[in-house]
Structures are given as C-alpha cells and as structure tokens.
Design a protein around this ligand. Sequence first.
Ligand code: UDP
Length: 252
Amino acid sequence: MARRKKIYEGKAKILYEGPEPGTLVQYFKDDATAFNAQKKDVIEGKGVLNNRLSEFFMTGLNQIGVPTHFLKRLNMREQLVRSCEIIPLEIIVRNYAAGSLTQRLGIAEGTQLPRPIVEYCYKDDALGDPLVTEEHIAAFGWASQQDMDDVLSLALRVNDFMSGVMLAVGIRLVDFKIEIGRVYEGDFQRLVVADEISPDSCRLWDIETGQKLDKDVFRRDLGNLTDAYSEVARRLGVMPKNSGHAKPTLIN
Ligand code: UDP
C-alpha cells in the first residue's frame, strides 16, 4: 500500500494529504507540550479524546451555521477536514482572567471580565507567538480588514456557542484559542474555523469546585490529564460507543 503524504507535523497533530483534492486528514497525537514546547510529555489517550471533542464542537458549530473545516471523523485519531490557508494568528477569546492576561495586567485569576476580550497573537514558535494588534496585522498583510471583521464575528460566535455548551454541563469557559483559515471557492474566499477546539486550547473550570479540566493540569502538574479530558467528554456525552466508563477504549 502506498505511504500517504505527510503535509505538516505540528506539536499535537499531523496533517496528511486527503483522499480528494481540497481535503486533508488531521491526525491527533498523544504528545503534550507547554511553555513553547519547553515542557513535553506523551499522554496516552489524549489524541483520541481531542479527536472526539473537536469533532463534537466543530459539528455543533457547523450545525448553527458557523463554518468550520471539519468534514467527518474517520477513526479514533483521525478526521477528514477541508484544506485551508491558515491566517497566521492565534485568536484568543477571554471571559475570565487567566494565564498570560493575569501576568500582563495583574488581574487576579478568575476575575470575570466586563465583556469578552479578543486578542491576536502572531503564530511564530521562534518568537513565542507574540501578542499583536490589528495595526500589525494590517501593516504586515497577514489579513485584510474584511478578514478581521469576519474573524472577530466568528470568534464571538464560537465563544457564545462554547460558553453555552459548557455551562449546560457545569463547566465555565474561561478562555480559548482558535485558528481560522481561508477556503477558496472559485473566485470567492470564505473563512472557516480550523485546527482544533479541545481542552488543549481552552481553559475549562468546574463551576462548583473550580477544578481545572484543561491543559493547565499538564502545565501546572495538577494531576492526570486524560482523567480531566475524560470528565469533559463524559459530561458532554462524547464517548466512544460501548464504553460506559470515563476512559475511552484505546485501540490505536
Ligand atoms: N492557547 C493555546 N495555544 C497557544 C497559546 C494559548 O491553545 O499557543 C490557549 C490556552 O490554552 C488558553 C488561551 O489560549 O486557553 C489563552 O492562553 P494565554 O494567552 O493565557 O497563554 P498561556 O497562559 O496558555 O500561555
């Protein structure tokens, strides 16, 4: 059998050429990294959980008319996605203060923000993904003003959707990061939510106890990461069929 072509390998995922033009296969690895890859580990089962959770969130977004790159899940670790040109920005939406915001502005962790705050970081590992303003984005041509209007509106719609879904299962969406890509259709381009939406890229706190159910468990050595992600999956009813317990059956 011919070996499929690897298009790109990142820290947590691999992209392979898809079965049809304009498609890619997105493979979720078990690798976990933090602090710009200075902290690394392999967390068995993380990729399986993130594949399922990202499928769940992207499917929901598609259903409410927020376009995403997600087409279908293929197996435990892979999903078929539309190929797109990623805007080189990490789009961060914050509802409560945490992480770099608390450090930058000295706001206590957990403080509710007066309104959702959207930030942009330039995607460049060598530079540590620096925070940038719309001035930089326009001046360096990373995205047009029209793109940025659409990016902001998509980011806020994702925030409303994700906040509601999480609230329904007793979880607070503190903040999250998304990436957005351009899909070309003839002479037109449209923007879609791409990459992944999972506990790797969100901060999720239990509303009652404040327990962290996201990658901070790994960043700060707070316990078992797959237990935290499995709890999110369990509450959302996102579990592989026939597994009545919190841990998914790991096949590959
Ligand atoms: N985030 C991410 N990838 C990054 C940087 C941030 O997924 O490269 C997510 C992070 O998990 C959190 C949100 O974006 O949910 C805001 O992150 P922050 O700026 O506070 O940075 P951090 O403290 O995670 O370094």
